[in-house]
Design a protein around this ligand. Sequence first.
Ligand code: ADP
Length: 796
Amino acid sequence: MELNDSLNIGMDDFPINEDMELPEHLPMMAVRDVVVFNYMIIPLFVGRESSINAVSEAMEKDKLLMLVTQKDATHDNPGVEDLYDVGMVCTIMRTLRLPDGRLKVLVQAMARAKITSYVKTEPFYLVAAEPLRDVELADVTVEVEAMMRSVREQTEKIMSLRGILSSDFMMIISNIEEPGRLADLVGSNLRLRVAESQEILEETDPVRRLELVSKLLAKELEVSTVQAKIQNEAREEMGKSQREYYLREQLHALQKELGDVDDRELEIEELEKKIKKTKMPKEVKKEAKKQLQRLDMMHPDSSEATVIRSYIDWILDVPWMKSTTDILDLAHAKEVLDEDHYGLEKIKERILEYLAVRKLNKSTKGPILCFVGPPGVGKTSLGKSIARAMGRKFYRLSLGGMRDEAEIRGHRRTYIGAMPGRIVQGLKTAGSNNPIIMMDEIDKVGSDYRGDPSSALLEVLDPEQNSEFTDHYMNLPLDLSKVMFITTANMSDTIPGPLLDRMEVIRLAGYTLEEKIIIAKRYLLPRQIEQNGLKPRHIKITDETISYIISHYTREAGLRNLEREIGSVCRKIAKKVAEGGKGPYSVSKNTIDKYLGPPKNIPESEQDLLDEPGLVTGLAWTQVGGEILQIEVNIMPGKGKLILTGQLGSVMKESAQAALTYCRSRTKALGLKEDSDYFDKHDFHLHVPAGAIPKDGPSAGITMATALYSAITGKRVRSGLAMTGEVTLRGRVLPIGGLKEKALAAIRAGLYTVIIPEQNKKDIVEIPEDIRQQITFHPVKAMDEVVKIAIAGRKR
Ligand code: ADP
């Protein structure tokens, strides 16, 4: 027998008779999966031989059949011990023979009964049974009423959780007022386990039966709730990712409504594509994607979106993995260097050596080159040439006056307008991760409350640290180890020590007149002609004129002003050509003032270097190269004071003191009496002209001493003489620096006799041959020798 859909309508119009008399013997049939309760009408499919026999027997008699449930549904031939002994006596309402030989039997439960004995077991069970009636219920108490209500509610909940809630059924149970009946009805509809149902069936106390049902309901409710929860969670889990997507779509929909979505979607898509396409380290890509997601969630006009957008742009712009291939062909490099620069043999040689080492050992982290020299001597253009020779990109950044660390390292991304530092900017501009970055004026980095750029620079320049350089703005490690850094400075003294330690200094002193003329003809003029859209045939200019421009319109060790002046000449000619002139225009010494105005500078050689006592020409070395320095001393009655004017630095002031002390110790040579009170009765005024320019350094020492000496003795210094050297209290002469620059300055001023410290004799070889030839050098060890050369034999 199988159970099809059971039906328990519980209506009173069915002939239910709990008190019915049972016949002495009843045919009995075992059912498998179901416990039949009171009031149930249920169709059964009967297949088992003994069951069909039992049905036939009943049909032949009074249609009454006892149904009991098997303890174990899988048993095909249950014995007596496999059956419960409490069951339901039913009336067979209808039978139908099915084509497969089975019977479909519709039965209605009539009365609960307990088997008292088995009469026979073959060919069907015949049993004797007695009705099992409910105990009498006195009254429905409030508690019972409450329990009934709760059972109804629980049932409703369970059915709704299971999704089988039927309003008909709920109406039926709400009308039932007997607890036993309610228990039967609910119990039969709950799909309980057989053992549980059987327990309910056997309970004869209606209230207890209801209690049992209520307990089972509570348990069932719990199970159903948990089950529903599990299902919900599973549904939610699946839905979470969809939910986010859904929300974002909703957001887009809203934005579309507001009219600002299309561009934005395009933008996001575009960025996404770019991020995908651009090569960058994993970590960087991850960050870029993360930021894009954030951007996607934001209102496009919000300030935060602006910040993120430009950050993503920066991430995309930095050439994380983009390199150029180095050309390490020395012959080619030499060609390029020669093509761009005249002279500078030693420096070119050093650069070639540097490249040679790179060629042999690609991973070498050689020293950082530092070009030191006055402006316009070709430091920058050498850097550019190196880049061209190696096939690298070139980027130049000026450190002059930089005080804020953020210029190197960038600003944190917390406000609009924050930017990465100059290093990252440089890489972006260069477009490769291995450019040559030239840092100009490394001697002029300052530091103040905004931080110390030089410490950031140290990190950038240190090959041990710079593979993980972190810009504050980017906040992602950036590998700078492939970048080739070159620095420049006007003087090495003011470069912070730790930086200087990491660099190899290469000095560029400046050019002689002859060198400048050649450079002007070969490099500057052709370049200016081209830049101004002229043809070489438009302009005629002689060496003599160039020389005149150099001496009368420029005053520098380098070539900047010269290039500018030549540029002016070309511009003026370009104007004439543009106006239809054919040229050629010749520029000569006589016509030059039409182009450049009156001379800006009277060369020292033409200046009347006054030939008076107390006037001496010294040689100085400044940031712009060598200079001559005329020192004047005047003596007047006074109290022995030394007055110094002309913006002298402290070292120079001390030199002046030393010079005066030297003179005081030479009373006899000065022609004064041993016990003279000359020095107590006079004031000594020492002035260094060009007072606007601050001067410092010890190398004017012997010049000041000589000037004092000359003023005191009233003897003039021989003409055409220049000198340089530090003086001690006792008149020893100590070495100085920058001899080459000073010699160049002397020649420019037409001074061909130069007194130098003995210890600088070794530096004479550094001076270009042609200059060396023109100058007579007098190396000296002591002040007395200086005086001898400069003054001896001269008249008052
Ligand atoms: P710096 O960087 O030292 O201030 P630059 O590199 O700007 O100097 O040089 C100034 C100008 O002089 C540039 O046009 C440069 O090409 C030119 N120049 C400098 N030295 C030479 C040289 N040896 N040969 C040819 N041109 C030179």
